[in-house]
Ligand binder design. Structure first.
Ligand code: F6P
Length: 547
């Protein structure tokens, strides 16, 4: 396939013309006044997720140019190549087939091996869950996942998000950092007789994970633990290394699953233990439905495609250097961190897939916190700061409170009312960002009682002015179920793919993390007393202080 990079296309020049002519001056308020159909036109229903893109800073001409760009870059052919299992991760010589992990039997490449491991893993899960919380030695109360990056963030995010679905007698802990405080904090709290350690590592060589796994194993033996086979399992592509470490129960996966795309594989074992087989399958089904939408919806009604194009428009034309993810759901508090790896490790690249330098910026910084906490921390800057930061508002229509003894009908009603307040906050933030408040409006408001008498009214009003015309988008889910969450995560995966493909980069390697890993080995040996000569002056000086 001859692939064109976005900046080599005719559509890119047209987009530049559009930007110069009026694209850069778009005002959301004017766009809304001029087009009563705007919300309808820019709302897309994808499986489980409704996207309202009407508050995004684009107009009909912008989107027309962007779809031209997508077509000229052959986004559909590229997508199909990925889904078919072509080797699109060229620098690592691999297929990219996380979508195969959530496809029903026989509907995607590698189906037999995928379903064999899935069935085996879910059978194990049901065995552990059947006696979870029991008093016999070996009945599991605590699950400790030892893994980092893609072997940590997905499972951690999902287990937190789906708390009402989690087995009531299982507690989950996630240890990732090589900082011993991380593991120590967990080991202090658990009982070897009732703990299951999952050593999760695609490569089974990652320094942090191996260091923590060795300490965990030693701790287990020191505590009198005997049955390593029952208390340690591994999830990895490197089954042999896991066996050498002493783990006999291993659930494998394959090198065509990128670490940050691996929560659907055996790396999702903590998720499956938390939710059970049925809900795990439902999460896979939700993701698969989103895959189907991505694969078949026309570009103009294809939510991941539209979001990917939007990201390019914002980054390369508006120059927005970051985007904020604000989920209005406490359960989704780890989602921004999860997305940081997904988006920035995938698309934080400076050269294209053939090594040629890029002429345009790539990944924006992704960050965020759940609402309403975010409002009381950094939303000040998003409303009135000098940088424009688009926000993804993620709203969940209905709360999910599981049946629990302490939750009386009266308390349930009170908590459900709080959900309405939560949603109102999300809507109000998007509204405030878009409409803003003029200085005249601010001046007409009552003077704040605490303001110093010496400050003139106009000066006060200027400080209480909101520029408005600040973009956001809203993703709406009916309920935060395993299925809906699966769809949401798959949506973000495909959004990331689309932007990466347009930029012509390989979204599936991560060479940028390698150099630091190699240098760390060198620094580590010098830290322990080796020769300092040959190190740069700054590192040497700091090593001397630290030794
Ligand atoms: O450091 C980057 C990285 O390779 C990620 O891409 C990956 O998710 C993480 O490390 C963990 O790797 P592994 O699962 O092989 O331990």
């Amino acid at each position: 396939m001859t692939e064109l990079r976005c900046d080599q296309t005719v559509a890119w020049s047209a987009l530049q013309g559009h930007w110069q002519a009026h694209g850069r001056d778009l005002d959301l308020r004017t766009l809304f006044h001029a087009d009563p159909d705007r919300v309808n036109r820019l709302t897309i229903q994808a499986p489980e997720v409704l996207g309202d893109l009407s508050r995004c800073k684009w107009d009909v001409a912008t989107t027309r140019h962007l779809f031209d760009l997508a077509r000229e870059c052959q986004i559909e052919a590229r997508r199909d190549a990925m889904l078919r299992g072509e080797v699109i991760n060229l620098s690592e010589g691999r297929e990219v087939l996380h979508t195969a992990l959530r496809a029903p039997k026989g509907q995607a490449p590698h189906s037999d091996q995928v379903h064999a491991v899935l069935d085996q893993m879910l059978a194990f899960v049901e065995r552990v869950r059947a006696t979870a919380g029991g008093s016999q030695s070996g009945d599991i109360h605590d699950v400790v996942n030892i893994g980092i990056g893609g072997s940590d963030l997905g499972p951690q995010m999902v287990v937190a998000a789906l708390d009402p679905f989690v087995h009531p007698r299982l507690r989950f802990h996630f240890v990732s950092n090589v900082d011993g405080h991380d593991l120590a904090e967990v080991l202090r709290r658990v009982d070897a007789k009732h703990t299951l350690f999952i050593v999760a590592s695609k490569t089974f060589t990652t320094l942090e994970t191996m260091a923590n796994a060795h300490v965990a194993k030693r701790w287990f033996l020191e505590q009198g633990g005997q049955d390593i086979a029952r208390h340690f399992v591994a999830t990895t592509t490197n089954v042999q290394a896991a066996a050498e470490f002493g783990v006999t129960t291993t659930f494998g996966f394959w090198d065509w699953v990128g670490g940050r795309y691996s929560m659907w594989s055996s790396i999702g074992l903590p998720i499956a233990l938390a939710l059970g087989a049925e809900h795990f399958r439902s999460m896979l089904a939700g993701a698969h439905d989103m895959d189907g939408h991505f694969a078949s919806a026309p570009l103009e009604r294809n939510l991941p495609v539209c979001l990917g194009l939007l990201d390019l428009w914002y980054r390369n034309f508006h120059g927005y250097a970051s985007r904020c993810v604000a989920p209005y759901h406490h359960g989704l508090r780890r989602l921004p961190t999860y997305l940081q790896q997904l988006v920035m490790e995938s698309n934080g690249k400076g050269v294209d897939a053939h090594g040629a330098e890029l002429n345009c910026s790539t990944s924006a910084v992704v960050w965020g916190e759940p609402g309403t906490n975010a409002q009381h921390a950094f939303f000040q800057m998003i409303h009135q700061g000098t940088d424009v930061i688009p926000v993804d508002f993620i709203l969940i229509k209905r709360p999910t409170f599981s049946e629990e003894a302490w939750l009386s009908p009266a308390l349930r009603t009170m908590l459900e009312k709080q959900h309405a307040i939560l949603l109102a906050n999300g809507l109000a933030q998007a509204q405030a960002l878009m409409w803003g408040k003029t200085t005249d409006e601010a001046e007409r408001e009552p003077r704040p009682s605490t303001a110093s008498k010496t400050v003139p009214a106009r000066e006060l009003a200027l400080q209480r002015t909101f520029p408005g015309n600040r973009p956001s988008l809203t993703l709406l889910l009916d309920e935060l179920t395993p299925k809906a969450l699966g769809a949401l995560v798959a949506l973000y995966e495909h959004r990331t793919f689309v932007t990466g493909a347009l930029w012509g980069i390989n979204s599936f390697d991560q060479w940028g993390v390698e150099l630091g890993k190699v240098l760390c080995q060198e620094v580590s040996s010098r830290m322990q007393g080796g020769e300092l000569q040959g190190m740069d002056a700054a590192t040497t000086a700091m090593l001397q202080r630290l030794r």
